[in-house]
Design a protein around this ligand. Structure first.
Ligand code: CIR
Length: 266
């Protein structure tokens, strides 16, 4: 995917109060997560993106996972309704910024949708049904997606938190997947690179302007991705992984791709 712009938000000092399944095994390290976040932003800039960096939201410790509260489409930005009650208030904080990114759409009650469940593969969007995204949220986003000339379908989230925690589009016809997605019919047309359970966080690898951003410390996945022949940048996001987050979660990326005329729903 070609991206021209991105939104990020710096993690606050209370980032360790966000939701996570990872036990608190050592003290939060704000300086470290800020350093990791700054390196991430610098990488996006180096890949040609204009990055709008927002200040921490001290009322919302998970707010730097901006991907979950906004979905970018060509010419439109969609405000979501995050499935975790503690994150609902993040939406109002990002809304004023999103207005600059195109027509503003929104997911309405009783819809629930986290952007981490929305995987774009060229002109098609896979929407994960998870503990955070319900069928009504998917349906509302699907309607917006169709209006913009893209197609969509739903996929049950079979592992980890969000769809993109376990599946990502890393090459023209290639998905990087956890084993739980290896035989899912929705992905039957793609070649798959399998991520071993020991390296599960590496499944959240992101393709940005031809380069693969891979979390640091997962050598087998990195080796497997080298076969795609694309440049690879490894980023240390250890503090982010401790909060159940990954590389995609830390930005909303606006594509330069124009609407396709292909519309279908499956
Ligand atoms: C949460 O549980 O909502 C955050 N601690 C992590 C969100 C990660 N976001 C993402 O995968 N898109």
């Amino acid at each position: 995917m070609q991206f021209s712009q991105a939104i990020t938000r710096r993690p606050g000092a209370n980032y360790r109060q966000g939701i996570t399944t990872v036990p608190l095994d050592r003290a939060p390290d704000h300086a470290r997560i800020l350093e990791q976040h700054a390196a991430y932003v610098k990488t996006l800039v180096g890949l040609g993106l204009r990055v709008t960096e927002l200040a921490p939201e001290h009322d919302f410790p998970d707010a730097y996972f901006v991907e979950d509260v906004a979905v970018m489409l060509a010419g439109a930005a969609v405000l979501t309704r995050p499935g975790a009650p503690s994150r609902l208030g993040e939406v109002a904080r990002i809304a004023p910024v999103l207005k600059a990114f195109g027509d503003l759409e929104e997911i309405r009650e009783p819809g629930l949708l986290d952007g981490g469940d929305v995987l774009q593969a060229a002109d098609h969007f896979f929407i994960g049904l998870s503990g955070r995204t319900n069928a009504e949220g998917a349906r509302q986003l699907g309607e917006i997606i169709e209006k913009r000339g893209f197609s969509w379908s739903t996929v049950p989230v079979a592992a980890a938190l969000h769809l993109k925690s376990g599946v990502n589009h890393v090459g023209d016809e290639t998905l990087l997947v956890l084993a739980a997605y290896a035989r899912v019919p929705a992905f039957a047309d793609y070649s798959k690179i399998l991520v071993s359970p020991q390296e599960a966080p590496a499944a959240n690898t992101v393709a940005v302007n031809g380069t693969l951003l891979v979390p640091m410390g997962f050598p087998r996945t990195r080796k497997a991705l080298e076969a795609l022949g694309r440049p690879i940048i490894e980023l240390d996001i250890s503090e982010v992984i401790r909060m159940d987050g990954g590389l995609s979660c830390m930005s909303d990326r606006k594509s330069t791709r124009l609407n396709s005329s292909h519309v279908s729903q499956s």
